[in-house]
Design a binder for this molecule. Structure first.
Ligand code: HEC
Length: 143
């Protein structure tokens, strides 16, 4: 057994090292996308816009307002996918893209379905779409 002081020193070094790298607790197993502070600001703004889309869609479903649903969904559709900065896009692993790409497509599809489908099935589609949010949030982090 090592002397106590050297074990304490090792512990202090581990704490310092984890602090310097942004301190990820051992039970946080999500993959860090390692964005720069600027990229993170942009990335999280897009995320909040997706939450805004979900809010608008749910409001639209509640009011049976098809145009509201379609407009809210389109905000997070292909337009947003194209708006992702090239520097961020280049950092995103394939497993991230496999979740992110289809999410934008599901928003586009929801906008089209809003023209014809009944509100119950639009609500179900929205819940299914939100499984994408859940899956990605369980897997990745940016800070
Ligand atoms: C392909 C991956 C992915 C998908 C899909 C995704 N997100 Fe995110 N989202 C993230 C990551 C990564 C973060 C940062 C989490 C962290 O660092 O703790 C995040 C953060 C957020 C935040 C926090 C924003 C802030 O300002 O801190 C919100 C809100 C959010 N997402 C909403 C959504 C909604 C709503 C959906 C689905 C419609 C969604 N996201 C789909 C990856 C994703």
């Amino acid at each position: 057994m090592k002397p106590l002081h050297s074990r304490l020193l090792a512990l202090a070094l581990v704490c310092l090292a984890s602090h310097a790298t942004g301190a990820q607790p051992a039970d946080d197993t999500r993959i860090n996308l390692k964005l720069t502070p600027e990229e993170r600001v942009e990335f999280l703004a897009e995320m909040r816009q997706m939450l805004g889309s979900i809010q608008g869609v749910m409001q639209g479903i509640g009011d049976a307002d098809r145009e509201r649903i379609a407009a809210a969904a389109r905000q997070s559709g292909n337009r947003m996918a194209r708006a992702t900065p090239a520097s961020v896009r280049a950092k995103l692993p394939q497993s991230f893209r496999d979740l992110g790409g289809p999410t934008h497509m599901m928003f586009e599809e929801l906008a089209v379905r809003a023209e014809t489908d009944d509100m119950d099935s639009l609500a179900r589609d929205t819940a299914n779409l939100m499984n994408q949010c859940m899956a990605c949030h369980a897997t990745f982090r940016v800070q």
